[in-house]
Design a protein around this ligand. Structure first.
Ligand SMILES: Cc1cc2nc3c(=O)[nH]c(=O)nc-3n(C[C@H](O)[C@H](O)[C@H](O)COP(=O)(O)OP(=O)(O)OC[C@H]3O[C@@H](n4cnc5c(N)ncnc54)[C@H](O)[C@@H]3O)c2cc1C
Length: 379
């Protein structure tokens, strides 16, 4: 499995999926047939995560070709991502607490064995290697992996979420952190996801048998409560001559860039990241940006060092809102230390959808028809 690095190739992959394998998605998506057979899922997540293609244009292209009823599961999965994003926007301290927790937890021998794929559980060890080699895992496998990590190996969910972020090409602050919390039983309190041997056997197409798992584990308990804070983003239309964007929102095609004299796309190095990502992932991100830079000559790829040098002369920027996670944490810190004026540019789709993330996904899902109408996603 090879992940591509350009928007045009990503759109092409989406087009082929829409014309072919999407028809089997509803019935086959839960099976993990292994790295050489991923046709039952889209494998679009690295592109959607970096917004080489957006959730909204993906949905629109799918609905141009298929009636919603035939592709409902696929569209609902896309909107899981949007839902998680909105959920984290309203409870940003879930992210900052997660980062603080990681720094407090010691990396003991049990943890080292797990991340080296040296446990007693064959499927788990294989998945560790697959994650490191291919930087992707199937959704069902991610759930099973996280469940084994937490309930059979007895490791803290935070270190598992960190391990995923380090190696996934699609690593995303909201989808990853909140999915790990969901498996642990912290998202829907008391409702956890327990991996069972028969389930692994069935959904890996009988590749793994007879594993010893803790199938009667209780959910993880965490007394911290996260109340909803209304989303407040300091935003307006373009105000400044300089624009900043980050690698997790690269879709400039839908923006008007004419008035900007300088555009900087920033790729944070590990020095400025709270979670240290693997060099392979960092390089992958760099390639995605380079492709955008080739087609949009105004954009310069820079790291934090060059940006911080710029701040001596420029104090006001427009910024494509990077959402809660590494990039926003970095920006907040930068603003605090440099007295900057940041004007965020947001996307209509995000602003509209995120307001529905107050409760569970079931509730969010009920707003999908309204979302289609408002964002003109269906005909
Ligand atoms: C523990 C755990 C950690 C995860 N970490 C991430 C992460 O860091 N980044 C990430 O993008 N997804 C994450 N997911 C969600 C999901 O596993 C991946 O999005 C999916 O496997 C990507 O493969 P695909 O593109 O073939 O998905 P498809 O099944 O083809 O789905 C299409 C798209 O919908 C979105 N999507 C699908 N399932 C989910 C889901 N459950 N939650 C949110 N979005 C979804 C993705 O953008 C995906 O590309 C995680 C899930 C779990 C259980």
């Amino acid at each position: 499995m090879q992940f591509i690095t350009s928007r045009l190739a990503a759109l092409d992959r989406l087009k082929k999926f829409i014309e072919g394998d999407i028809s089997n998605y509803n019935s086959k998506r839960n099976f993990d047939y292994g790295v050489n057979n991923r046709r039952n899922v889209s494998c679009l997540s690295p592109y959607i995560t970096h917004r080489l293609i957006t959730e909204y244009e993906t949905t629109k292209l799918v609905l141009l070709k298929h009636p919603f009823q035939k592709v409902d599961k696929f569209i609902q999965e896309i909107f899981w991502r949007v839902y998680w994003k909105g959920w984290l926007e309203m409870r940003p301290s879930v992210w900052t607490d997660f980062i603080e927790d990681i720094n407090m937890i010691e990396e003991d021998e049990k943890y080292i064995k797990a991340i080296n794929g040296e446990t007693e559980i064959e499927c788990f060890n294989d998945w560790v290697n697959e994650l490191k080699n291919f930087n992707y895992l199937h959704n069902h496998t991610r759930m099973l992996f996280a469940s084994i990590w937490i309930f059979t190996l007895g490791l803290p969910w935070q270190k598992g979420a960190e391990f995923f972020m380090k190696h996934l090409y699609d690593g995303d602050a909201a989808s990853n952190t909140l999915s790990w919390r969901w498996v642990a039983g912290l998202q829907t309190r008391g409702k956890h996801y327990v991996a069972q041997a028969w389930n692994i056997n069935k959904f890996t197409n009988n590749r793994y048998k007879n594993m010893q798992l803790n199938e009667s584990a209780l959910p993880i308990i965490d007394k911290r409560e996260y109340k909803i804070k209304p989303i407040k983003i300091n935003k307006s239309d373009a105000l400044n001559k300089a624009l900043i964007l980050f690698e997790n929102d690269l879709c400039i095609e839908t923006l008007n860039l004419k008035n900007y004299s300088e555009i900087f796309c920033i790729l944070l190095s590990n020095k400025k990241r709270k979670i240290q990502i693997d060099d392979k992932v960092l390089n992958y991100k760099k390639k995605l940006i380079e492709d955008q830079v080739i087609r949009h000559k105004k954009i310069k790829l820079i790291d934090e060092k060059l940006l911080e040098e710029k701040l001596v002369s420029v104090k006001s920027f427009d910024v494509i809102y990077p959402s809660v996670g590494e990039n926003l944490s970095y920006l907040k810190n930068l603003r605090k230390n440099n007295d900057l004026n940041l004007n965020y540019i947001t996307r209509e789709g995000d602003e509209y959808c995120w307001q529905f993330s107050t409760k569970g996904y079931f509730n969010f899902k009920s707003h999908i028809p309204k979302i289609f109408q408002k964002l003109k996603l269906s005909i």
